[in-house]
Design a binder for this molecule. Structure first.
Ligand code: PMP
Length: 458
């Protein structure tokens, strides 16, 4: 039998421990931290093998937009199975990715003209970087590919492939791989919570922007591209930027003659209240990377959007070698693109973006109450995404010892209230489905309050 559904939870747990190695998971504590054994989903809830339901408050790692088993997406995938599951996009095409490209561009910033598919967020960024490098080699400006460097900000995260890790700036995840990474230009970190005791937040924000400008001034001429997560640095700890930063950075990068890659993997697909976060600041990038929510959280499909200017530099007789030699087996997977088309239908048929903007304010109002808690140091929100940083001493902005795994303890405690959360260190992350109800927002924030109290009071 291909997959018995009557296997007991005990057996699944045993097999999980015996046979599976989990991503971003320290296995010495994995079982003690009470992982769910999900066997089904229903709307905004995950269903564990023992039948318990949990609000999926991190949208299955930030990709689930409209809940699990949405009829429209289920039906689109089922219907596609009656046609074809997958066919190659290498030198060939398929109706689903073609239609999706056209419709995706209708929602994208005006500068975007072409869609290049892949299958995860990391590759969507990797592709933008490789395209940028090759663009400068083939761009007819006499520079002959002198722009070979990439710039990323401290604390950035763009995925786990080599280019994405090289441009990433999270020491805990990235420094170990140093010997296999390439050198990048490092911009400053937008973290303003952890700052010198005497410095105001406003000063810290100004310092960040000034430092960013200085790095561009120093390296602008050698930069092939600058990679920025618009709206918020996600995996770095839900870090917001000074208001207007992206628009400022885009102008600075353009003035330096370089290219801007917006990594919309986390904040794209409606999270900001616009389809893409860069649209909230009226920014037209050179590359836009989208993954996670593109298929509503169903099937891995990613895309790198770019301009005709970039695309045209890759044209020429094949023997000139201007072709972009990059592609994956599952590039433009038809089942995934069918799910993505149904996802766009939901955006178009329901007032999802308006509703996100309304709930952004509701969530902000509800989170306000958490400032009262002794160990809440910072609350950062962007659209329908938020991070609550708990600290040992809020007056001194002093963090807990990471060995205490306080963030994880709080998330495990919140499970008692029927909420599934996964922290980033001691930052409790909220990335709920965009269709979360007002009552569920209340319940979610209440569960976090409960978790913080259970772990840290007394
Ligand atoms: N970019 C950003 C901003 C992300 O948040 C992530 C994943 N958390 C990625 C890229 C990588 O995406 P994936 O995990 O699909 O490779």
């Amino acid at each position: 039998m291909s997959g018995d559904r009557n296997i007991s939870k005990e057996t699944l747990v045993q097999w999980d421990d015996d046979y599976v190695w989990h991503p971003f998971t320290p296995h010495s504590v994995y079982r003690d931290e009470k992982p769910l054994t999900v066997v089904a989903g229903e709307g905004h809830y995950l269903i564990d093998a023992d039948g318990e339901k949990y609000l999926d408050a991190v949208g299955s790692i930030w990709c689930n937009l409209f809940g699990h088993r949405r009829d429209e997406i289920d039906d689109a995938v089922r219907e596609q199975l009656d046609h074809i599951a997958h066919s190659t996009m290498l030198g060939n095409t398929n109706d689903r990715p073609v239609i999706l490209a056209k419709r995706l561009l209708e929602h994208a910033p005006a500068a975007m003209d072409k869609v290049f598919y892949s299958d995860n967020g990391s590759t969507s960024v990797e592709i933008a970087m490789k395209m940028a490098l090759q663009f400068w080699q083939q761009h007819d400006d006499g520079s002959q590919g002198q722009r070979t460097k990439f710039m990323g900000l401290a604390n950035a995260y763009s995925g786990d492939t080599i280019g994405a890790v090289s441009v990433g700036g999270i020491d805990l995840f990235h420094s170990r791989f140093g010997p296999m990474l390439f050198e990048t230009v490092r911009g400053p970190s937008p973290v303003t919570y952890h700052r010198p005791q005497q410095m105001s937040r406003e000063e810290a924000r100004r310092r960040f922007v000034d430092d960013f400008d200085r790095v561009i001034d120093a390296h602008g001429e050698e930069l092939a591209a600058v990679v920025i997560e618009p709206g918020m640095q996600g995996a770095g700890g839900m870090i917001t930027y000074p208001p207007g930063f992206l628009a400022h950075a885009a102008e600075k990068i353009r003035d330096a003659g370089s290219l801007l890659v917006v990594d919309e993997v986390a904040m794209g697909m409606g999270r900001s209240g616009e389809m893409f976060a860069c649209q909230r600041e009226g920014v037209d990038p050179d590359f836009l990377c989208v993954a996670k929510g593109l298929t509503g959280g169903y099937i891995p499909v990613a895309a790198t959007l770019t301009t005709d200017r970039v695309y045209e530099a890759f044209l020429g007789p094949p023997e000139e070698g201007r072709t972009f030699f990059h592609g994956h087996t599952y590039t433009g997977n038809a089942l995934g693109c069918a799910a993505a088309l149904a996802t766009l239908d939901i955006f178009e048929n329901e007032d999802i973006l308006d509703d996100v903007r309304r709930k952004e304010e509701l969530l902000a109002a509800r989170l306000e109450a958490l400032w009262e808690l002794d160990h809440v140091g910072d609350i950062r929100q962007y659209g329908l995404a938020a991070g609550i940083e708990v600290v040992a001493d809020a007056d001194e902005r002093r963090s807990f010892d990471s060995a205490q795994r306080v963030g994880m303890q709080i998330c495990t405690a919140a499970r008692e209230k029927g909420v599934f959360l996964r922290p980033l260190g001691d930052v409790i992350v909220l990335m709920p489905p965009l269709t979360i109800t007002d009552d569920e927002i209340d319940h979610l924030v209440g569960a976090i309050e409960f978790g913080i109290d259970a772990v840290l009071s007394g």
